[in-house]
Design a protein around this ligand. Structure first.
Ligand code: NAD
Length: 350
């Protein structure tokens, strides 16, 4: 989402979470509830102070409003951000306390996994509230870790965007993947399966080195990955990967990845366009996870998830095509479409 003045209201609610006994310390930001309850994952991260956590929560919640609207989901945008306690802590107690906080909002906020949280954490949350998804599911039902759905949406979007921007399939292309966590690792596997060459970076060697061994991926330092010689750059770590400097140094002709809030500042969207680099907007391509979360919460089956995730790549192709025809950044066009979807629902509700 390109952070520029929009027609959307500022965050409706920011709830401070603090529980001395468990170490819970964070924020739930609910940005929009026009289309439905605010939905977005729960991030556990080491923030230097509360201001940084608050800024992240608001930015991520806003991004969820845009993502959910453009994916056609009956959900508003929200996010929980928890400060990771220093040293050892009781994880179960912390997520149970978080669950009680979610329950206190009475369904205004639906949570799930995000960076730093797991299916097991959400099971602890579920001991205190039903307003949680990302839980293990029965066969055929939607649920479980949303990451594979996110990776699939990113992969199919990358295929569509490569055909559009590079006039070729992914076979034989070189893809630089920043971050080999849950989504990045799954994306790498899919890319290797279709014959793409991989360059990967992650400060955590666990998955990175296994991927390198299995798929013959070249490993580079984290600070190099955005500027290596590659056809596609796939940011799959944290947000803000595309600073002005990174965008100026980028050698790839296509950016398509899972990370939220990839553009460090709004002007980077135009900078990429000026440099002839196609940007597949983050929240359009990475909607697979929230689509799975939404279906689980609404009690739908996997076929519903399958159908909606399969619609992501055609949406990306149409978006890139429209942006090119209008000579505007795909990021700006996507924002307009999301804002229009929310404004339309506001008019209907008024
Ligand atoms: P994850 O925590 O499993 O993986 C993130 C990885 O990035 C980690 O391995 C971490 O070591 C690595 N990393 C951190 N800083 C890095 C750097 N500077 N360079 C390279 N690697 C770095 O998270 P995930 O679930 O794979 O999500 C990845 C991104 O996708 C996040 O931005 C997340 O918000 C976004 N996203 C995830 C989902 C989902 O379903 N999991 C859905 C939508 C968006």
């Amino acid at each position: 989402m390109v952070s520029r003045p929009t027609r959307l209201a500022p965050p409706l609610e920011c709830v401070r979470l603090y529980d001395l006994g468990s170490g819970l310390d964070g924020i739930i930001a609910i940005h929009s509830r026009t289309l439905g309850p605010g939905a977005g994952g729960c991030r556990l991260w080491s923030y230097p102070d509360l201001d940084h956590a608050l800024a992240d929560a608001i930015r991520l919640a806003e991004g969820m409003s845009y993502k959910n609207a453009l994916a056609g989901l009956p959900l508003g945008g929200a996010k929980a951000v928890l400060r990771k306690p220093e040293g050892a802590f009781d994880r179960v107690a912390l997520f149970r306390a978080f669950g009680r906080a979610v329950e206190a909002l009475g369904g205004a906020y639906i949570t799930a996994e995000d960076v730093g949280t797991t299916v097991a954490d959400m099971q602890d949350v579920a001991s205190a509230t039903r307003h949680v998804a990302g839980l293990p599911s029965a066969a055929g039902r939607a649920g479980g870790d949303p990451s594979p759905w996110t990776a699939r949406g990113v992969f199919e979007s990358m295929q569509a965007a490569a055909r559009f921007a590079l006039s070729t399939d992914l076979a034989g292309l070189t893809v630089a993947v920043q971050g080999t966590g849950n989504v990045g690792a799954d994306l790498c596997r899919r890319l290797a399966d279709v014959g793409a060459r991989l360059i990967i970076a992650d400060p955590n060697p666990t998955r990175r080195d296994r991927l390198a061994a299995v798929h013959g991926a070249r490993v580079v330092d984290s600070h190099e990955i955005a500027t290596v010689e590659a056809d596609v750059f796939a940011p799959c770590a944290l947000g803000g990967a595309l600073t002005r400097a990174a965008a100026l140094g980028l050698r790839a002709k296509l950016v398509c990845g899972a990370a939220n809030n990839q553009l460090a500042s709004p002007d980077v969207a135009d900078l990429l366009m000026d440099r002839g680099i196609t940007y597949a907007p983050d929240y359009v391509v990475n909607a697979g996870g929230i689509i799975n979360v939404s279906a689980e919460y609404l009690g739908e089956d996997e076929n519903a998830v399958e159908a909606r995730v399969s619609a992501i790549a055609p949406r990306v192709a149409a978006l890139l095509d429209r942006a090119a025809r209008e000579r505007r950044s795909p990021a700006v066009v996507a924002d307009e479409m999301a804002e229009e979807a929310i404004a339309c629902a506001e008019r209907v509700a008024a």
